[in-house]
Write a protein that binds this ligand. Sequence first.
Ligand code: BG6
Ligand code: MG
Length: 210
Amino acid sequence: RYQAVIFDLDGVIVSTDRYHFLAWSQLAWQEGIEFNEQINHRLRGVSRMESLEIILEKASRRYTPVEKLKLAERKNEVYRTLLGDLTDGDMLPGVAETLSALRERGYKVAIGSSSKNTPVILERIGLSGYFDAVADGNGIKNSKPDPEVFLLAAGKLGVPPEDCLVVEDAEAGVYAAKRGGMAAAAIGEARNCQEANYSLTKIEELLLIL
Ligand code: BG6
Ligand code: MG
């Protein structure tokens, strides 16, 4: 019954979620701010500036808007350096096979990501130009859990939201899909999210529910 599958990028297609964690950890350490996996969990799917705001909740002083922009830039520089090592080998297990099987079965495939680095990442893993539509952090005002990025992807595909299935590893992303009137399949860190329509232990399971 679905016509299209919209994939989140970081943590679903590619293992960049580790790099986000490393880059934020370094920044937090340099600034003397407590940071751990639990706080990191809240950053999944959330935009760069919103992520920074979450990290700064533990800061012992206030930062001006200009300082915040500089901090975000510093984090992104470290992150971009880490992305320099990215290859198609960093695609998560089963992704390449699942994408081509979906294609073969006639599904449209798209990316719906909060990341402004989406074009660079797709390039590095050899998938730029592969998707029928790409909606990312460069084209939206509100990041997940707002549905904007997924509605943009559906619009670009020309498929009604109710005919789209979203694959997400972030709770914020699952909420975004649901708010946009789409079905959500949760994987990885979001696997136990109650709002999701499906829970996947590995991405190949998509082929069983479609
Ligand atoms: C999301 C990640 O895909 O992109 C978040 O899950 C990240 O952790 C967000 O903060 C924004 O990424 P970027 O690349 O624009 O800093
Ligand atoms: Mg993600």
